[in-house]
Design a protein. Sequence first.
Length: 170
Amino acid sequence: MADEESVVEESKGGKGKIIIIAVGAIALLAIGIFAGPMVQGMLGGEEPAPEGEVAEEEMEPKGKDALYEGIHPPLLINFTDDRGKARFLQISLELMTYDQAVVDAVKAHGAVIRNNLILLYGDIDYNSVVTRDGKSRMLEQAHEEINKLLVDKTGQEGVEAVYFTNLVVQ
């Protein structure tokens, strides 16, 4: 009987040790997850941006937060491919600026912006829409078109970037 009690006590002690080790391991993992990036930042772990590219932090003016305004509802554009087949393009865009006045201007002139973008993309080449470079050109064209319109309507541009939030080609 005494042997059975010592076996039970040894097994309880073994489970307790396993629990303590597991809790310790989880605590170390949590510390590593949260403290690791902080230590890396202190050691200067960031690599410089490749030549010709600007780091995202350098693009933002100090002390200003980026503001985003969407073009709603999504643009729906029909066009034809090089074989004359009807195609459709659905695009959702977000504009980024640092100036609330630009957000207000985009809202005020939303109908004209939508119209100009639909006209811009109405004769797009299907083969360019399905490539990454083609999509990048589409964003550049939209950026230029929107800033041009803002200059015409308000006297100043201010949209810093245009992003796709949805793009469907059919």
